[in-house]
Design a protein around this ligand. Structure first.
Ligand SMILES: C[S@@+](CC[C@H](N)C(=O)[O-])C[C@H]1O[C@@H](n2cnc3c(N)ncnc32)[C@H](O)[C@@H]1O
Length: 213
């Protein structure tokens, strides 16, 4: 399994649109309810085609930034944001999580789904997220499909939708495997040593690192 294949913009764009569709509204609702944040600034790190950023903008009044290291993902995100009629509320930015073009103490909420597994330096990425968080702000970075039922739905979408006819086995094999690239307890221990408070949350179908500043 190659990292480039799993984050390939055209492949991922298809899977996020036709298979993962139910994941994003569920996670957006869960994260917003959990932290009770409805206004201010939110960054979706490693946003891919921008689906989570779009769902967060739909249910809040937040100004949202969808940030991804791949320019092609930012282009896809901009397209989806325009189609959702949210260009005034969401800005797509191309940057590495380790070097975000945002000021210190700035964001109220940083979310990141399915991306941390691919960061070359997860500790540096989390430290950079912590830098841009406002005091009182919160970051929630990890992965998962939301619930086992949604995971089953995602797999069913892949099995049944003709758009996956060439790549069905590839996605069925790879979905859920990326979490092996994260040692959440080890990451939290490294962050703790650097003065960043972080904790692991395993819930329902997800694994998340929560940081509060
Ligand atoms: C599996 S996709 C997940 C996309 C999206 N969050 C979702 O759930 O639909 C992982 C994304 O993380 C991005 N990514 C990987 N390394 C990154 C980094 N160092 N900084 C920012 N984005 C990164 C990839 O380009 C890719 O778009």
């Amino acid at each position: 399994m190659k990292q480039q294949e799993l984050t390939d913009s055209s492949k991922f764009s298809m899977v996020s649109r036709y298979a993962f569709a139910p994941v994003y509204p569920y996670l957006a609702g869960q994260i917003i309810d959990k932290f009770g944040l409805y206004s201010g600034t939110c960054i979706d790190v490693g946003s891919g085609p921008g689906n989570l950023a779009i769902e967060i903008a739909r249910i809040t009044e937040m100004k949202v930034y969808s940030l991804d290291i791949q320019p092609e993902m930012s282009r896809l995100a901009r397209n989806n944001i325009r189609q959702a009629g949210l260009s005034e509320r969401i800005t797509a930015v191309t940057a590495d999580v380790c070097q975000m073009p945002f000021p210190q103490d700035w964001a109220d909420l940083v979310v990141s789904r399915g991306s941390i597994f691919f960061w070359e330096n997860q500790t540096a990425g989390c430290c950079e997220i912590f830098r841009v968080l406002k005091p009182g702000g919160v970051a929630y970075c990890g992965g998962g499909m939301g619930t086992p039922e949604i995971r089953a739905q995602v797999l069913q979408n892949i099995r049944e939708n003709a758009v996956f006819s060439q790549e069905r086995d590839y996605w069925i094999y790879n979905i859920g495997k990326t979490r092996k690239r994260l040692d959440p307890e080890g990451l939290c221990a490294s962050l703790e040593e650097l003065g960043v408070q972080a904790m692991v949350e395993r819930e329902n179908d997800g694994i998340w690192i929560q940081m509060k500043k």
